[in-house]
Design a protein around this ligand. Sequence first.
Ligand code: FRU
Length: 423
Amino acid sequence: MDRTYNYHFTPPKGWMNDPNGMVYIDGVYHLFYQHYPHDIVWGPMHWGHAVSTDLLHWEHKPIAIYPTEEEYIFSGSCVYDKENVSGLGTKEQPPLLAFYTAHNPITGEEQQSIAYSTDFETFTKYEGNPVIENEKYMAGDEAKENPAFKKDFRDPKVFRNPVKGGFTMVLAAGHQLEFYHSMNLLSWEKTGEFAPKEGVIDICECPDCFPLETEEGTKWILMLSRTSHIMPYYVGMFDGNTFVEEKDEFEENVNPPLLDYASDNYAMVTFANCPGPLMLGWGESWDYVSQTPAKNYRGKMTMARKAQLLKTEKGWRLRFAPATLSGIAKKDVWQGVLQPGEHKEFLLSEGKKLVLSVTKEEILVDRSNAGDLSFSEYLQTKAAWFLAKRIKTGNCNITVIQDNGYFEIFADDGLVVFSVMTY
Ligand code: FRU
């Protein structure tokens, strides 16, 4: 039986993972997504498409970009080329450029390509693809043992470069990120790299980089997803070539803060061409999504969240809130205060419950008695409960949105977020 949701996007059928190419144009939010329409498991990736005017209700559109046998359409981003610097549209009909990773399923090689559209619905692949080729860096005997190209070179996010003009692309390149610059969105030159300070623990995916206004002027956020399924973010500045992390004085911050402290949110990225950061993620986990009960479709998105950057007692932190609360039924929203030592139970069917507890130091979300976890050992052993350090002291202000078993919990005023599914 398929679960249905009131406020969360799901595909019409088949498989869905990451949100892609999200962009806001003339009052319409466009959501593209990793999609395989022919089965409820991952397959040759297409870009699906939906639109919304309120971020709660979505209208399905025809599939935007199709794969071929040699090119799966992996994750990426859209740029609304209002000035038509690419020449792929006209001044009167500016083009929307979709940057995606062309993944060759036979060799595993990944390169960056463009598809463009002037009606924001039907896309044409650019004839000059790929616009960023994979670097062939080994030759001779060495290449026999190792693939002669950069592995895991993907997920381009393109944003306007306020320092040099033109545009910058940040993308994942194995254990680190790379930055490229372009004036016309078509020819790209590498300008920098960023290596996460926690070191080489796993592969980087789906990075994003954007400015925010704060009480101390403009700062930049760099965020990404990692294959160990956490989403860290870093605070600093963008110098026109690369992201430079700001040092902070807090010893305990050797590990960066996370966009989400539970496991049912991944590949979160922001909408382009949108005032203030607005983001959403894939409301699933690679660790057990393939085992979750499903019939005609698999995959949901989180709700859209807006973010601010605040100076807290623990350093700079993103503070999240649901993009909209109007339109959500009162019964599906809980807003309250827990004092240290208190807990709140969210009752589900057959006596099951999700429990949220707060101490002076920590917040715990426990789904071990919130439903069926038996279909996945990972769920039972590694994802039955989630613990995060508090940012505030004293009372904990919490907003919870509940949609047919999916909980989005904004604790400590939205400074600590958990996205948790119950089955
Ligand atoms: C992240 C990811 C991306 C890739 C896509 C493929 O979930 O692995 O890095 O582009 O999914 O579907």
